[in-house]
Ligand binder design. Structure first.
Ligand SMILES: Nc1ncnc2c1ncn2[C@@H]1O[C@H](COP(=O)(O)OP(=O)(O)OP(=O)(O)O)[C@@H](O)[C@H]1O
Ligand SMILES: [Mg+2]
Length: 425
């Protein structure tokens, strides 16, 4: 018989404890609320009220004036940049959905791009990819059907079969513009075919609507047409892959400005007044070769200058902002119309963080209580983490685990020391 593996036995005991989650209850907690690896998982607000003020200023000024704005978030690794980007994105999304319910004027769309990629063109592809095929189809169709409906009295005459054995009534043609057919392009096209409508003519009319209202560029217009008209064919998937940048095709290369404008136009025509693009880890452009980087920065300036009704929110480390982006003052100015600097945590920030995470797991939220952490333990965590948000939270996670495991009455500096040893920092 094989010897029992002690580590396995110990793990089973540990896993059982975690499963019951009863162990946290003596601290009034349902679970350990701290992020285990210090990655963004909650939507807790920024710690500094000045940051909130800046966010309000940025959103209101860009939205009200329908103008470009650049918000840059700088901070060290683990200082909370991604967390803040996600928080601002969520705020804008909530504002849009609540404005609808409250009949207020705010309707914006947000896109999140994880990294700057190697060209602004790829960022533009990512924007459309993030919105998604279904939504883009729906929005493009809304524009097309509105234009077709404007001339619905003549629709049968214009697109009906010249000679047909089956004479269709005009009611059947009129039904194309009634709901639910009107809103559903698949239904519409199916019924149009059943009525023996002239598909070639319809395609031409749609092409004209797209070139007049969305994008005056043949190659891009073709892609938009094909995702609607040939939606069940391979051609549509291919066009989507081209638009979303999954495959690269020469015919739409170096067209980032027309492309971005077409996305903004589609969104505006269906009621979204502003596009907010979030780009995380913008410092990665520092890794590009100098020719690529220069090209990137110059294209981005043009993109910002030539396209309106959109704004950019980027996060990056201070060194890349001050050493690389500052080399291009026009871009630096455009990216930093508002700047937020995430500083190292102070003791009071540590207390706020601890209390707000604990409240996530408390049955009854207890305002500013940091219990079971005592004051000294928080001071120790600030010192050990050097005020770095991620290190601080990972220490808090491990400290709470240890306190629970050891059945300690509270989290003391000694428990924090053990948490530090556990992580090996
Ligand atoms: N205001 C906050 N409230 C609660 N948690 C926060 C807050 N700010 C940051 N955090 C948490 O701190 C941890 C580190 O944050 P984040 O990952 O956003 O840092 P980062 O600056 O993006 O790091 P990196 O440079 O490595 O990408 C995450 O768990 C995040 O949820
Ligand atoms: Mg990050």
């Amino acid at each position: 018989m094989s010897k029992r593996n002690d580590l396995i036995e110990e793990l089973f005991v540990g896993l059982k404890k975690k499963e019951s989650s009863k162990s946290y209850l003596k601290f009034g907690l349902q679970s350990n609320p701290f992020p285990i690896a210090g990655l963004p998982s909650s939507d807790l607000p920024p710690l500094d009220p000045k940051i909130k003020e800046k966010i309000v200023h940025f959103i209101t000024s860009t939205y009200r004036n329908s103008a470009y704005g650049g918000l840059t978030i700088v901070g060290d690794y683990g200082s909370g940049k991604t967390h803040l980007l996600k928080y601002i994105k969520l705020t804008i999304d909530k504002l849009t959905s609540e404005a609808k319910a409250r009949k207020e004027d705010f309707s914006a769309i947000t896109c999140f791009v994880d990294r700057p990629e190697d060209s602004p063109q790829r960022v533009v592809h990512k924007i459309i990819d993030d919105i998604g095929l279904d939504k883009i189809r729906k929005y493009v169709w809304m524009i097309i059907i509105d234009k077709l409906a404007a001339n619905k009295e003549n629709f049968q005459k214009q697109f009906g079969p010249r000679s047909s054995l089956v004479v269709r009534s005009s009611e059947q043609w009129a039904r194309l513009f009634n709901e639910p057919t009107r809103a559903n392009y698949l239904d519409f096209l199916e019924q149009f075919r059943e009525l023996n409508g002239d598909f070639g003519k319809l395609q031409e009319a749609i092409r004209e609507i797209i070139t007049k209202n969305i994008v005056d560029d043949g190659a891009l217009a073709d892609r938009y047409i094909s995702i609607i008209l040939f939606s069940e064919e391979k051609e549509s998937d291919f066009s989507w892959d081209v638009l979303a940048g999954h495959v690269s095709k020469r015919d739409i290369q170096h067209k980032e400005i027309v492309f971005l404008n077409s996305i903004v136009d589609i969104l505006r025509k269906v009621g979204f007044n502003h596009l907010y693009v979030f780009v995380d880890e913008f410092e990665d452009i520092g890794k590009l070769s100098s020719a690529k980087k220069m090209n990137y920065l110059l294209t981005l300036i043009t993109l910002i200058n030539k396209s309106s009704h959109w704004s950019v929110i980027v996060s990056l480390t201070n060194d890349v902002l001050e050493e690389e982006i500052k080399q291009e003052p026009p871009l630096y100015d455009r990216l930093t119309t508002t700047k937020i600097w995430l500083k190292r945590l102070k003791y009071s920030d540590g207390c706020t963080l601890i209390a707000s995470y604990l409240n996530l797991a408390r049955e009854k939220p207890a305002e500013n209580s940091v219990c079971p952490f005592n004051e000294e333990s928080i001071r120790r965590m600030i010192a050990l983490s050097k005020g770095n948000c991620r290190s601080f939270l990972v220490l808090a996670y491990n400290a709470l685990e240890i306190a629970t495991r050891q059945d300690a009455a509270e989290v003391t500096p000694n428990v924090v020391e053990s948490a530090k040893d556990l992580r090996g920092i």
